[in-house]
Write a protein that binds this ligand. Structure first.
Ligand code: SAH
Ligand code: SF4
Length: 384
């Protein structure tokens, strides 16, 4: 390309109004923008040539001035049970990010028999950052530190990639969770732009209720989410009932402690009244004592809360272990006794290293040093 030629515009990075402005800028009428938008998010066209109802000269001009793909598939792994597909993408600057496509089938269907993609609900778990600055000691992404934010196009394209896979089996995307690599509320613009594209009725057309943003507890981000007025679901990763322990597990707790986070959750509910999911990674002998469950339940009193319990998926960067099953069940029972709704999460995708950031870790094996202390102080009353 000639050095003075402007870089092609990445179309997945544009919202609907921006796409309209871009199309107007190349001298095309407004309805062409609507056509292109539908090709991107309804037709999942994999190139301009596939946009068959556009005039040939427009396709040529799009080819010259715009770009669709900025992600390249670096690896794909299917879970042996057929219920999850893990995609590893290489970004244009070489960074690797992960996206997981999970399938939830009707119990009457045999997913293995229905391979490659079973019928049912399909949830994409997408990444919003390469790495993460929040410093959760148990998290493979946190162990990398933050490399950079993904832009909106890189976020949206993960969804398009999965939607295309599903379309090839006559299935479609039904749910999206911002639970891959990175902290979505530390990358607000890209996260929110992606949500807007997802809920656009002429695009994915997803209900906001089928979108979940998971955060480590970025208080200004929770407030901002409340102000949008869109009933997107909120998940908050708590992991501990008190600041002493949470501070040892989650570095950013020094900035946004539990009380500040729970106050933001109350404001969020006052603004829209939606139930919040609290995520709690169960770590053997660290945060899994029944007394800690009771304390957690006490602190969540007055908040419409559901607790998702996730047995830790061990990472190379720490010696922490998952709670044994019986202990996880006892922890859950204590929460239920206190009246909380709970889910002890299935370890979906774990067989393909689909825990946050883990496929990437394996790919770059050796490059991730043990920069995080391998253990945290044990504040478990039973163990001390
Ligand atoms: N940064 C956001 C979203 C991405 S992490 C957040 O922290 O909420 C998504 C979820 O995966 C979080 O609840 C996180 O605590 C959990 N997680 C991270 N590493 C994990 C591990 N090794 N095992 C189990 N869950 C993990
Ligand atoms: Fe970041 Fe979430 Fe991992 Fe914590 S758990 S380091 S916030 S991605």
């Amino acid at each position: 390309m000639h050095p003075s030629t402007p870089d092609p515009v990445p179309l997945f990075a544009l919202g609907r109004a921006e796409l309209a402005a871009f199309v107007a800028g190349i001298g095309e009428p407004r309805y062409r923008a609507a056509q292109v938008w539908r090709w991107l998010y309804r037709g999942f066209a994999d190139g301009f040539a596939a946009m068959t109802d556009l005039p040939g000269d427009l396709r040529d001009r799009l080819e010259a001035s715009a770009r669709l793909h900025t992600l390249a598939e670096a690896a794909r792994t299917d879970n042996p049970d057929g219920l999850a597909t893990k995609l590893l993408f290489r970004l244009r600057d070489g960074q690797l990010i992960e996206t997981v496509l999970m399938h939830y089938t009707d119990p009457a269907d045999d997913p293995a028999a229905a391979a490659p993609i079973p019928r049912g609900r399909h949830t994409v778990c997408l990444s919003t950052q390469a790495g993460c600055a929040m410093g959760c000691v148990f998290c493979a992404t946190g162990q990398m530190g933050l490399v950079r934010n993904l832009d909106q196009g890189e976020c949206v394209e993960q969804l398009v990639w999965c939607a295309r896979l599903l379309a090839s089996a006559d299935e479609h995307l039904t749910n999206v969770v911002f639970m891959g690599m990175g902290e979505p509320l530390a990358n607000w613009e890209a996260t929110w732009g992606t949500v807007r594209t997802l809920v656009d009725p002429d695009g994915f057309g997803l209900s906001p209720r089928r979108i979940t943003i998971s955060t480590v507890g970025i208080v200004p981000g929770i407030d901002r989410l409340a102000r949008t007025g869109l009933p997107v679901r909120l998940a908050v990763s708590l992991h501990a009932p008190d600041d002493a322990l949470r501070g040892a597990l989650v570095a950013v707790n020094a900035t946004y402690g539990i009380e500040a986070i729970l106050a933001a959750c109350r404001r969020y509910q006052a603004a829209g009244g939606r139930r919040i999911t609290f995520e709690y990674v169960l770590i053997d002998g660290v945060n899994d004592h029944p007394a800690q469950a009771a304390r957690l339940a006490h602190r969540l009193r007055g908040i419409g809360a559901h607790v998702n319990l996730i047995p830790l998926n061990p990472t190379a960067g720490s010696d922490l272990r998952p709670s044994p099953y019986a202990r996880a069940v006892a922890f859950e029972a204590e929460l239920r006794r206190a009246g909380l709704g709970t889910t002890l999460r299935m370890r979906r995708g774990i067989e393909i290293q689909a825990g946050c950031g883990q496929l990437r870790s394996r790919m770059v094996d050796g490059r991730i040093g043990r920069t995080i202390p391998p253990s945290v102080p044990t504040l478990n009353p039973e163990a001390s």
